[in-house]
Design a protein around this ligand. Structure first.
Ligand code: GLN
Length: 531
């Protein structure tokens, strides 16, 4: 079968959950035995979201090959278990960068380089790239932003052209919002109609509509939308708010989203059946868990999406430990020696979050000290591990004013320091230690207990490292480096030998936890918090 391309656009408002719908559809097609991948095209001009503040765009997700990407790629991986790469997230910035580099090489042979056809050709080339590998039956392409945005137009024009060039192998799904006007007690379809008109005016006729609403949409309303938008009645599907994003695939299955997609491509949906058993087991286990465990997320970004992969990884681990994790954000900016006991004593486990820069650092150090002294199961991730090292150096090794040179360039004890190869780098974008690196695990350690193996590959996103000058002093005092990068001896994990469970990792385990494969480190952390 030729690779089939499914485009997902959104209208009316942003935050409709295009990523979740794309991931759910991928999940359903996959459970029918098809090979699927998902890619996101973002209309902003940044080359990648690596330089974006989390307040702008939520978490920056990192692929195994070291691309800093949109957080939707995290959903794609968690819903499908596929490993995305650099090819799965393209921005306007990257498209322009490629075109401009080609222009400088003289490859346009004297032509005037224009949005149409040169930018759209480059977009189309990227849209088709993964499909041409022959690895996939379906390539789902989510377009960031909302129909009507000026910056999204080249992407929509590219879809229009591809739809024309490959009519049998392309399909458009459009998500729109149906608001409920409480004062009138009415659901309104006009915004949806307008956003479809906008798409049509760009030459795109959506094949399937997914309507997001906080209220149940009656059949006659769906039919009305169908007839006003030139879409088949069976192809107007509603996507209600559900208890968990992980229920969306099941809801889409019940309404036949996957069947409609197959039908539109001329594939008989009856020829395959979605095997959702493992997924349903996960959902059932999640619902039947009654035990609760309270975990604090000590960080500085007080926004839901900033630690998305961590919150998802911890919820997967909760489910597979048959408990509900109640995760509470504790802003480290407000943690002081006076209030730390009151703040943290209600938790059975603490996560010290990744981050950049000085804000909230001292509060994290105070939290780490409390957890170490009170034997609270604690997981430090990236900056979180660095904080554990700084706290230990200051309060156990007596290294007053120990710090990371990121926070204090003149610290007398740079226990966390810039790597030699980072020192000459001046560009901020894409220059950190990024992506998968091997780590050897020391036997007889908490880390080894968690992973149950001697060597792992985990993803990184940081510039600073544990300073090996202090390796022996840490080890001798009971804070043991237990994960070592075999090619350069960098410390990738430390743990307090005497503690119940106090582990810091320089890498980001959260990126690789999926619904069907919870991450061993989060599993073990939650298990220890429960005990
Ligand atoms: N700011 C730290 C560094 O660059 C940690 C980064 C992180 O937590 N992702 O090394």
């Amino acid at each position: 079968m030729d690779a089939k391309y499914i485009f997902v656009t959104g209208g009316v408002v942003s935050s409709l959950g295009k990523g979740i719908i794309s991931a759910s559809l991928a999940n359903l097609l996959q459970s029918r035995g098809y090979k699927v991948t998902i890619q996101k095209f973002d209309p902003y001009i940044n080359i990648d979201p690596g330089t974006l503040n989390p307040y702008e765009h939520g978490e920056c997700y990192v692929t195994i090959d070291g691309q800093e990407t949109d957080l939707d790629l995290g959903h794609y991986e968690r819903f499908t278990g596929i490993r995305t790469t650099r090819a799965n997230n393209i921005t306007t910035g990257r498209i322009y960068q490629n075109v401009i580099e080609r222009e400088r090489r003289g490859e346009y042979l004297g032509k005037t380089v224009q949005i149409i056809p040169h930018i759209t050709d480059e977009i189309k080339r990227n849209m088709l790239l993964l499909g041409e590998s022959g690895e996939y039956d379906f390539i789902i392409t989510e377009i960031g932003g909302t129909v009507g945005d000026i910056e999204g137009q080249p992407f929509l024009e590219s879809i229009r052209q591809l739809r024309w060039e490959l009519p049998e192998n392309t399909l458009c799904i459009h998500l729109a919002h149906v608001p409920y006007i409480a004062a009138a007690g009415e659901l309104k379809t006009k915004p949806t109609q307008h956003s479809v008109k906008e798409l049509q005016s760009l030459g795109i006729q959506p094949d399937i509509l997914v309507l997001r609403a906080e209220h149940d949409l009656p059949r006659n309303l769906l039919n009305k939308v169908a007839s006003f938008c030139n879409v088949n009645k069976d192809c107007v599907i509603q996507s209600p708010d559900l208890q968990s994003i992980y229920e969306v695939p099941v809801n889409m299955l019940e309404q036949g989203l996957d069947s409609q997609v197959l039908k539109q491509f001329g594939i008989d949906p009856a020829a395959t059946k979605a095997d959702m058993e493992p997924w349903l087991n996960f959902l059932n286990r999640r619902k039947s868990a009654t035990r609760k465990v309270n975990i604090a997320l000590v960080g500085k970004y007080d926004l839901q999406d900033a630690y998305k992969s961590i919150t998802e990884a911890i919820s997967h681990a909760g489910t597979y430990n048959d408990c509900k994790v109640v995760l509470t954000f504790e802003n480290s900016e407000y943690i002081t020696p006076e209030n730390v006991a009151e703040t943290l004593s209600k938790y059975q486990g603490v996560i010290i979050c990744p981050g950049f820069g000085n804000r909230g650092i001292e509060g994290k150090i105070i939290a780490a000290k409390y957890c170490r002294e009170h034997n609270v199961p604690t997981l430090g991730i990236c900056l979180g591990m660095q904080i554990m090292a700084i706290e230990f150096a200051r309060n156990v090794l007596g290294m007053k004013d120990a710090n990371s040179s990121e926070m204090d360039a003149n610290t007398p004890y740079p226990v966390i320091d810039l790597m030699e190869e980072q020192k000459a780098i001046t560009n901020l974008g894409g220059t950190m230690r990024l992506g998968g690196y091997e780590c050897h695990i020391v036997p007889d350690s908490h880390l080894h207990d968690a992973y149950q193996c001697d060597s792992i590959i985990e993803r990184h996103r940081h510039r600073y490292e544990f300073n090996n000058r202090y390796h022996e002093a840490f080890e001798a005092a009971g804070m043991r480096p237990v994960g070592i990068n075999p090619s350069n001896n960098l410390v990738e994990a430390i743990e307090l030998t005497s503690a119940k469970w106090y582990v810091g990792v320089q890498f980001h385990p959260e990126y690789s936890s999926t619904v069907l494969k919870p991450h061993p480190l989060f599993m073990t952390f939650v298990k220890n918090a429960l005990q």
